[in-house]
Design a protein around this ligand. Structure first.
Ligand SMILES: Cc1cc2nc3c(=O)[nH]c(=O)nc-3n(C[C@H](O)[C@H](O)[C@H](O)COP(=O)(O)O)c2cc1C
Length: 354
């Protein structure tokens, strides 16, 4: 029997310890998503895709998005409601960036048959994104976010999973307003990166108290309206199309080990834990591995060769994964200097990875 497919918000509602791969421009593409899905990552996310370009240009669609039947993982977890183990298929989310509801809904409609959820980027801090009124610009535009969520929900149907990924605001009242607006418009889940738009992942620690505050705001919104009626069985949830209930949250920021994921979820009350840089250096992080297992490197190269990945991206990924495995700094510098696919494969072969 085919394992059941649950959209992300139902998956988060039905199971504890849900693990999520973050959207990462250039990095969270098909071969990497398929890899982390083999190591206990239940939900994966595409890199941010510009909605207007995606809906207007077929070339942008081909360049920005690809998927296949094999990329989602199959998992077994105890259901919260029945206490029995349930086998289910992982979820794939497409993250879109837009400044207006119309282009967002157009792109969402095009990609929705191939993914299990649409996520709106409300966190990209780059100056060009802010100038285009996308990403973190939306953090202080709660009414625009509300209209965008509502428009996508109207276009795709209420059961379709539509989420927003936010950063916290130094003025937490603004976070509260943003979360409430998104949820009242029908957002199915909220992902909270515990840094402000002015803070950097490299130098500023994540603010788990602020994430907890945002989770509490989401919980305080109460039940959404279109909840399914059979909370005893996850499969009934999936089939009855309800998207109501307490909207689940996902905590994001500085998750480097599976213990971090467990602790971050416990502390904040979020149902899911999302990692970006942690998964880049160790794609098996959520499987409890202390560093990238050698077979993960072999698998990744296989996925990249079978499904395509530009050499520069392959190289960068491998440099991250091999960070803790390089015998010396000189070898690391040598590996980073490799330029052709053949030289990279030769190095991997000599090192016993392929
Ligand atoms: C290489 C890279 C690319 C990223 N691209 C995106 C993106 O496309 N969309 C997004 O919402 N966040 C993006 N982020 C931010 C991450 O999703 C995440 O919120 C942030 O890195 C904090 O998580 P971490 O501490 O686990 O790295 C990116 C981060 C990295 C490192």
């Amino acid at each position: 029997m085919e394992p059941g497919a649950l959209p992300p918000h139902h998956l988060l509602g039905a199971f504890e310890h849900v693990n999520v791969c973050a959207p990462m421009v250039r990095y969270s593409k098909l071969p990497f998503r398929a890899l982390v899905a083999q190591y206990n990552t239940h939900i994966t996310t595409t890199p941010m895709i510009l909605a207007a370009e995606f809906s207007r240009h077929p070339q942008a669609r081909d360049a920005e998005f690809s998927t296949n039947q094999a990329e989602r993982g199959t998992f077994r977890l105890p259901s919260q409601h029945t206490n029995r183990d349930v086998v289910f298929r992982g979820s794939l989310v497409c993250q879109l960036a837009a400044s207006e509801a119309g282009p967002l809904a157009d792109a969402a409609e095009l990609v929705s048959p191939f993914v299990d959820g649409i996520d709106l980027n409300c966190g990209c801090p780059q100056p060009w994104a802010y100038a285009e009124h996308i990403g973190s610009y939306l953090l202080r535009q709660p009414e625009t976010v509300r209209d965008m969520v509502r428009t996508v929900k109207d276009r795709l149907g209420h059961a379709y999973c539509v989420s927003v990924k936010i950063r916290i605001d130094a003025d937490l009242r603004r976070t509260d307003t943003l979360v409430r607006n998104a949820l009242h418009a029908g957002a199915s889940l909220i992902t909270i990166h515990g840094r402000t738009m002015h803070e950097s992942s490299a130098s500023d620690p994540v603010h788990l108290d602020a994430v907890k505050f945002a989770v509490d705001c989401a919980n305080a919104c109460g039940l959404q309206t279109a909840r399914g009626t059979s909370p005893h069985d996850a499969w009934v949830w999936a089939e009855d199309g309800g998207s109501g209930g307490r909207a689940p949250c996902i905590v994001n920021g500085d998750i480097w080990t599976n213990d971090d994921a467990v602790e971050w979820r416990r502390y904040t009350g979020a149902r899911g834990a999302m990692s970006a840089r942690g998964l880049l250096v160790n794609p098996a992080l959520f499987a409890g591995e202390p560093r990238t297992p050698p077979e993960a490197i072999t698998r990744f190269v296989d996925h990249a060769m079978s499904w395509g990945l530009p050499t520069s991206f392959l190289h960068r990924h491998l440099a991250y994964m091999l960070e803790d495995r390089m015998p010396s700094r000189a070898e690391s510098i040598y590996f980073n200097s490799l330029a052709s696919p053949a030289s990279i494969l030769d190095w991997l072969s000599d090192a016993g990875y392929v």
